[in-house]
Design a protein around this ligand. Sequence first.
Ligand SMILES: [Zn+2]
Length: 302
Amino acid sequence: MKGIPPLATTVVGSYPSVPNRAMLVNYCRGGIDPFPESMRQAVDAQVSAGIDIVSDGQTRNDMVRLFTTKLTGIRMRSKPVIIGEIGFKSPITAADQITARNIIGPNKLLKGIITGPFTLSMSCNDDHYGSPEKVTMAFASALNHEARELSEIVDILQIDEPYFSVEYPEYAGNIVSEIFSGIEIPKALHVCGDVAGIFPQLVELPVDILDHEFAAHPELLETITETDFSQILGYGCVRSDVNEAESVSQISERINKVLGCVGHDRLMLDPDCGLRHLSPEVAFAKLENMVRARDLVIENES
Ligand SMILES: [Zn+2]
């Protein structure tokens, strides 16, 4: 695929770089926005680790609130409540992506990330639409505006739908088509959890990259071997739920296993999921070791 190198390394999204409490309190009182600095740290860490396609680190909020606080028709409670038509007001993450782009410059690749409409729907109470499908499609229409904004800034656009592995909606194809309508850059779908049962359906979706957790679910390798698919595979090869970095040899063993069924040009390497819950030192070591493992695999092949 144009612009994406074979065996590219990337991240799913979040990175453990958050402002301290004093900075947040100061910000709430009208002080300086501390998030550009958090973002700079998150982006710098990814670049230093050697990651090819970086993210803004999603430091500003959790994946649900990042979007539900900025769309119309939603009242924020401990679980957001939909009280009217879900609509797009103004760009949500575009300014942060521009900040990230300015940090990395034009030559490094940048990934934009939008939390999936189905996951947002399942994370809210609905007092307005009366059906999860209507809520989901309303989120998809609203977030298509965000997707169009981001596609002017980033090189790859990813939607995160962790709830697909909990319950796979029969209208999944409509969701993905709607949110990605008019988008020309490479489109990725990240679904964590056990996707063995739905992988044959995921491969039918109109996306260019399918990204899943293989470190926590190595048995998925069997499923992908048995399934015909044309997408690039995002291969989660370090665990995001274990706060200890895997060794280079352990990760390279995992990479060698997938290379038996998918070639370099159809493979991207990343952690299983976002790294938000790890310590910054461990998150960095995981990324650095993943890049070294990729380089070791290539070196041993030549
Ligand atoms: Zn995930």
